[in-house]
Every structure is written in structure tokens, then in C-alpha cells.
Design a protein around this ligand. Structure first.
Ligand SMILES: *Cc1c(COP(=O)(O)O)cnc(C)c1O
Ligand code: SF4
Length: 448
């Protein structure tokens, strides 16, 4: 059916081999220097498909996929940038370069990865480090074999949060723990496989994680958070085990569960290639649904037409618009973030231009400590402006879907910068210090 010898092989492009690409020579020297400097500090990974088929090299700075996968000068502040750039210019020894990079990284990511090692769910007295259970109905599961991606999004720090165990036996152990936990927690109807990107796994590895769950009746939906339809659609079309993955999807659907592919889609260009269209078609043919979600990111998708086009195109292809997220408050956020009021204006402008079929989408939404906080808009109370907010998800289920208000702040970019509008709004401003139970939040995630 698909000829192995003509199938494109996945090849990563990283700091160590980018200079061999023909695109590199043609790139402006200033851009080249910025890529070299910033990628010393922050992870850089793209691939042949993105570079050859999605990026328009006529004007890379204006290109969303270039911004999404290539390190940018603005991701470091001037002091940090000059420090690392000058060290490279004077050919500093490798050890010194690494020390500088390490120091800047520490400045950029104030939330330590240790978040993942404490307060994790337990089963039979044993911690399950690859799991997070924040909202009653849904558990997140991070298979240790799925802790990388086909390319790295510049805004995301998720890749660095985990060190996966490569041992296949470990996959079995994790799968056992997950199944045991789910049997003890029948309130969990949804299991969301996330990462990294679970679709980085070979089918036979992913199968180990999924198989045991199929016989647990309380689990109704299996979700897979993935960027692979955008970053490597070949995963579902021409990869050696593409058909095996589709067969596994069919088995999941055949077991009577809903299979939802939570597709991280940042821009309509990701849906524009023949291979992406083919991948969507093949995945849908298994009975799986594909839902679309992404953060709104400056330089990548910060205009309404991009979003309305993406939702309308997705619907046409049979996908379901699901969430627009606000970029998280971590990492190189200064380069990517936008005021909440701008995110809201962008959302409603896009929403107004699509039919009801695409209005299944909700947003802009912040995944913050107490829950998923939905920015409904700006209103006036008395003579004062206020944000109208609600929780779409909350640690305290009772807070969900109750409108509340925050003082208007045109500069605010995140929930923790907001203040209750009045006394009645105070219960909605839950701080980690007030935590009644263990903190299961993991900071710095992307959005697969
Ligand atoms: C977003 C999210 C979920 C899933 O929420 P839905 O609204 O059901 O899509 C589950 N757990 C965590 C921690 C989340 O951030
Ligand atoms: S946002 Fe998703 S695909 Fe992008 S780097 Fe982060 S985990 Fe990987």
C-alpha cells in the first residue's frame, strides 16, 4: 500500500546539524547568530518536513512555523542575549558556554522540575510520578516513553520537565500502575495521554500503555494529546508502523470507548499539506474524533483571521474546535505573551467569523492553579470596568460555571495578576498557599 522505500524518514534538525541545511546559508547573518546563541540556552528541534514544506523562507521572520520552531532573539532579554552571544563570538570553551547557558536557564524557568516529584498520586502506597489527577473526571498520564516531540515549540518548556526511562519494562510497570489507579478511582471517566508527545512512541510501545485500560468499564474516553498531525503527519500515513497505530485506534474504538485525538494546532498552514489531509482522513477513518486546541501566541497566531481560518478549515476536514489557551506564565513568556484583553478581543473576532459548527471552541482559557479560567469578556459595573470570568474546570468542582469578576487591568496577562472586583469574588481567587490538599499542578506545560 505505502512503499517503504519511498517513505520519508523522520530526520530532526537541531543545533548540531542546522548549518548543513541549504536554508542556513541563505539566512540573514543576524538571524543565524541569534539561532546559534538562543539555542545554546533553549532547546531547538525542528525537522525536514517543517523546513521544506511549511516554512516560507522568503520571509522567515514573518513565518509562523519559523517562529514556532526556531529560537528567536527576543526569547532572551538583552543582557542574557549579549552575554551568550559574546561568549560564542570570543569562542569561549565549551565548559564555560555550558555554565552560562545553565545560569540563564535558571533565570528563565523559575518553576523547578521538582514539581513533578512530590505530591503525585499514589496507588498501593507507591507514587505514580507520570500522572496528574487535578480534575475529578480526568487524569493526565505522561508515559515515560513519550517525553519528546517531533519538533519543539519555542514557547514550551514541557520537554525539559521529565527524564524518561528508556527501558521497555518501565512502560509495563507504568501501565500497571495506571490501570491499578483507574480501578480504584471509578470517578475517572477520561484518561488523557500526554507528554511530550505520545505519538512519538512506536505503536508497540504505546499499545502497552493502552491495552490494559480497554477492559476498565469506568473509563469512557481515551484522549491522546499530540502535535504530530502538524509536526509529522507521516506518523499516520507512511511511517513503518502507521497502519499498526491506526489498527490500535480501531481496537480502542471497538472496545466501546471514545477515542479523542487532542490535536495541538497552532496555525492553518499546518493543515494545508496533502500529507496532513491524508493523516486526518486516516485517523478519522478509525472512528476517532479529532479535537483542536492551542495557545494563542504572539508572533505565531496572534490575529483573528488565523484562528477563524484554522477553525473553519479544521471543521471542513472533520475536526472539532475545542480550546484556545492563554500562553502560560513561564519561560520565554515575555516574547510570546499578550494581555488578556487582547486575547479576548482576538477570540471573539475569530468566533464571530465562523459558523456554529466551529463555535464548539471555548477560550481564551488559562490553566492556572485553581482550574481552567475562562475569560468571558469585559463589562462595566457601576462606573468601573471589570473582567467577567468563569471556571471551565476547577479543583473545587463547585466553582465551575459560576460567573465572577476581577478588576479591569489592560496589562494583565495571567490569572495571578488579577484582583477580585468585590467581596463576593474573593472565593474564586484561590492561591496555592491556601491549598487544602496536595498540589498536583505542574508548571510550564505546553498544550498538547
Ligand atoms: C485541561 C486539563 C484537563 C482536561 O480538561 P477538559 O476540560 O476535560 O479538556 C485535565 N487535567 C488538567 C490538569 C488539565 O489542565
Ligand atoms: S507544545 Fe507540545 S508539541 Fe510543542 S514542544 Fe511542547 S509538548 Fe512538544
Amino acid at each position: 500500500m505505502h512503499q517503504a522505500e519511498t517513505a520519508p524518514r523522520y530526520r530532526a534538525i537541531t543545533r548540531s546539524n542546522i548549518a548543513k541545511r541549504p536554508e542556513w546559508e541563505a539566512l540573514d547573518p543576524g538571524l543565524r547568530e541569534a539561532i546559534e546563541a538562543v539555542s545554546l540556552v533553549l532547546p531547538f528541534r525542528t525537522n525536514d518536513y517543517l523546513v521544506e514544506q511549511l516554512i516560507d523562507w522568503a520571509d522567515p521572520v514573518a513565518d509562523p512555523i519559523f517562529q514556532l520552531t526556531f529560537p528567536q532573539r527576543g526569547m532572551l532579554d538583552d543582557r542574557q542575549y549579549i552575554r551568550v552571544r559574546d561568549a560564542i563570538r570570543r569562542d569561549a570553551p565549551k565548559q564555560e558556554l555550558e555554565q552560562i547557558a545553565g545560569e540563564i536557564r535558571a533565570e528563565l524557568n523559575p518553576h523547578p522540575a521538582g514539581q513533578m516529584t512530590h505530591n503525585v498520586p499514589h496507588v498501593d502506597g507507591e507514587p505514580i510520578p507520570g500522572m496528574q489527577h487535578k480534575y475529578r473526571e480526568t487524569t493526565l498520564f505522561f508515559p515515560s516513553h513519550g517525553q519528546t516531540c517531533h519538533a519543539y515549540c519555542t514557547f514550551c518548556f514541557r520537554w525539559a520537565q521529565f527524564v524518561g526511562d528508556e527501558d521497555l519494562k518501565f512502560a509495563n510497570k507504568e501501565a500497571d500502575q495506571l490501570a491499578r489507579y483507574l480501578r480504584k478511582h471509578p470517578e475517572v471517566s477520561d484518561v488523557l495521554f500526554t507528554g511530550g508527545d505520545p505519538m512519538i512512541m512506536k505503536t508497540k510501545v504505546f499499545r502497552r500503555y493502552v491495552e490494559q485500560i480497554l477492559s476498565i468499564d469506568s473509563v469512557r474516553t481515551i484522549r491522546i494529546g499530540t502535535k504530530s498531525l502538524a509536526y509529522w503527519p507521516q506518523r499516520f500515513v507512511t511511517d513503518a508502523d502507521a497502519d499498526d497505530m491506526l489498527r490500535l485506534f480501531e481496537e480502542i474504538v471497538g472496545s466501546g470507548k471514545h477515542l479523542a485525538i487532542m490535536a495541538h494546532t497552532s496555525h492553518p498552514v499546518e493543515l494545508s499539506t496533502g500529507i496532513a489531509g491524508e493523516a486526518v482522513k486516516r485517523v478519522r477513518s478509525t472512528g476517532a474524533n479529532i479535537r483542536m486546541q492551542s495557545p494563542v501566541i504572539r508572533h505565531v497566531n496572534d490575529d483573528a483571521a488565523t484562528w477563524s481560518d484554522m477553525w473553519a478549515t479544521g471543521v471542513q476536514m472533520g475536526m472539532i474546535p475545542y480550546y484556545m489557551f492563554v500562553e502560560r506564565d513561564t519561560g520565554a513568556k515575555a516574547y510570546f505573551e499578550m494581555p488578556l484583553v487582547r486575547c479576548w478581543n482576538l477570540f471573539r473576532n475569530a468566533y464571530q467569523h465562523v459558523s456554529g459548527m466551529a463555535r464548539t471552541v471555548r477560550g481564551p482559557s488559562m490553566s492556572c492553579f485553581p482550574g481552567k479560567c475562562h475569560v468571558l469578556g469585559i463589562t462595566e459595573i457601576g462606573n468601573e470596568q471589570a473582567f467577567v470570568l468563569e471556571f471551565l474546570q476547577a479543583r473545587q468542582p463547585d466553582l465551575v460555571r459560576r460567573p465572577f469578576f476581577a478588576k479591569y487591568d489592560p496589562k494583565a496577562t495571567w490569572y495571578d495578576q488579577l484582583e477580585p472586583f468585590g467581596k463576593a469574588d474573593e472565593p474564586f481567587f484561590v492561591k496555592p498557599d491556601d491549598r487544602p490538599t496536595a498540589d498536583l499542578t505542574i508548571e510550564g506545560f505546553g498544550s498538547n
